[in-house]
Write a protein that binds this ligand. Structure first.
Ligand code: FRU
Length: 479
């Protein structure tokens, strides 16, 4: 290891030690989610199952609860449930990444693990440079930096980052998030035979292509996947204005479904669908595991002024990743379901059959929780609004007449209630993962998902139901 890299890593370790006790005692520390040991976490990176082991890397600033020169932190697991912290994979020690080893992805070739990432360089005059870089490992733990493998092509600004690499046939492909010189978001495709030399094929989607209007000024974290015979471009556009219930967070994450012709680069696709309807979800990435499942992790957070109001900041850490979700294509829509393995976390099962609930403030024996899973199935809402209040601080409501479902929580800065809503024709199943300061709500087997952080009174464990409905309720504590 080079000297500068060693020093940076040592400095990060010191930071972890310094705040360890304070962080572990934070009542908002999560129970079964991936979090930074100290400092700020953002995007999931380098997701892969390599030689049987799951690896999750993540964007990490160990020195502040704010964005900065990112490291790649690293966890590994045999089952996506029990995680082990691994040595820091990448530290921003070299000239081509001095302001951050930014987001990227992982692939395996000839038994080695290859990490592709963006070297971010900020110059004194405020402009930036971007280098797509490679680091290689033979054990999945120690990485040797190879340096830049791709320079910025001419037709894009330096907002050019987040390489996602995959193999199709005998060729490798890379998709990179980009901004055109007239400041429109796009995604650019490259190809390679050896992972070291890359040729530009061109932009596959964006303003003016496939009949599209302007759609944001920058597309971050693109990911091109193949699911059920379709090509799906997942990406995180910046710069969309709110449109009714759509695009209400600062930035969005969603997808186009279509068919990409790798020869002509013609990508015929449908309209943009948001992946999540909640407050805190961004920059997701997928990977295919050895069972052939397409699994997604997202950042359970958002770049936003309000992140500085997250109460965990006073304990020197902020943000987390979502639980892993298996993707499935159903009737032209991505459904997301928590991976099966999470069932291993279940204990203390409570079951209640609710034949007829009428009224407000209904509580069921044993149904409360801080870090719990709730499954409501065979759900029939009879009239008006059906609502579940989590720990007095977040409220999920289904409005039968309006056919809308919404999640409400308190704004982290102002304390005023804020709401996210989406249309849904019916609700027959709710699958809810509560952790000490997060909620992930899967509706109808993942037809819609709401992801949010919330910060209730740590002692409040109440789960309160309102409305007219019948359902079967199963609840587990997760530990
Ligand atoms: C998305 C993002 C990426 C970038 C990384 C930096 O949240 O802005 O585009 O690579 O975060 O941490």
């Amino acid at each position: 290891m080079r000297e500068k890299e060693g020093l940076l890593i040592q400095k990060a370790h010191n930071e972890v030690k310094k705040y360890q006790d304070k962080i572990l005692n934070d009542p908002y520390r999560l129970n079964y989610h991936i979090m930074p040991p100290v400092g700020l976490l953002n995007d999931p990176n380098g997701l892969i199952q390599y030689q049987g082991v799951y690896h999750v890397f993540y964007q990490w600033n160990p020195f502040e609860t704010a964005h900065g020169a990112k490291f790649w932190g690293h966890y590994s697991s045999k089952d996506m449930v029990h995680w082990q912290e691994e040595p820091i994979a990448l530290a921003p020690s070299e000239w081509y990444e001095k302001n951050g080893c930014y987001s990227g992805s992982a692939v395996e070739s000839d038994g080695k693990l290859y990490l592709f990432y963006t070297g971010n360089v900020k110059k004194e005059d405020g402009t930036r440079e971007t280098y797509q870089c490679l680091a290689v490992s033979s054990d999945g733990i120690h990485f040797e930096k190879h340096g830049p493998i791709l320079r910025l092509p001419e037709r894009y600004t330096a907002h050019f980052r987040d390489p996602k690499v995959w193999k199709k046939g005998d060729s490798w492909y890379m998709i990179v998030g980009a901004q055109t010189l007239d400041e429109k978001g796009t995604a650019v495709l490259f190809t390679s035979v050896d992972l070291y030399h890359w040729n530009e094929l061109g932009s596959i989607a964006g303003s003016g292509m496939n009949g599209m209007d302007d759609f944001g000024y920058m597309w971050e974290c693109p990911d091109l996947i193949h699911l059920d015979g379709k090509d799906i471009l997942l990406f995180s556009p910046q710069g969309l204005e709110p449109e009714g219930y759509l695009y209400n967070n600062l930035f969005q994450s969603g997808y186009f479904i279509g068919k990409l012709d790798y020869e002509t680069l013609n990508f015929q696709h449908g309209s943009f669908t948001e992946l999540d309807r909640g407050f805190d979800f961004y920059a997701p990435q997928t990977f295919t595991d050895e069972l052939g499942r397409t699994i997604l992790y997202g950042w359970m957070g958002m770049t936003d002024e309000k992140e500085s109001y997250q109460p965990t900041i006073s304990n020197n850490w902020v943000h987390a990743l979502t639980i892993p979700r298996e993707l499935e294509l159903r009737e032209g829509k991505i459904y997301q379901r928590p991976v099966e393995e999470l069932k291993k976390l279940r204990k203390d099962k409570v079951e209640v059959k609710v034949d007829k609930m009428e009224g407000n403030h209904v509580q069921f024996d044993g149904v409360n929780g801080l870090s719990s899973e709730l499954l409501l199935d065979l759900l029939k809402v009879k009239a008006g609004k059906f609502q579940i209040s989590f720990r007095g601080e977040a409220h999920l409501s289904f409005d039968l007449d309006k056919k809308e479902i919404s999640l409400q929580r308190r704004h982290l800065k102002t304390g005023a209630l804020e709401t996210r809503t989406c249309k849904i024709s019916s609700v027959s199943k709710l699958h809810i993962f509560m952790d000490h300061s997060s909620l992930e709500i899967f509706i109808n087997d993942g037809e819609e998902v709401f992801t949010a952080r919330y910060f209730p009174n740590p002692k409040d464990e109440t789960i309160i139901f309102h409305g007219e409905a019948e359902f079967r309720l199963t609840k587990w504590n997760l530990g």
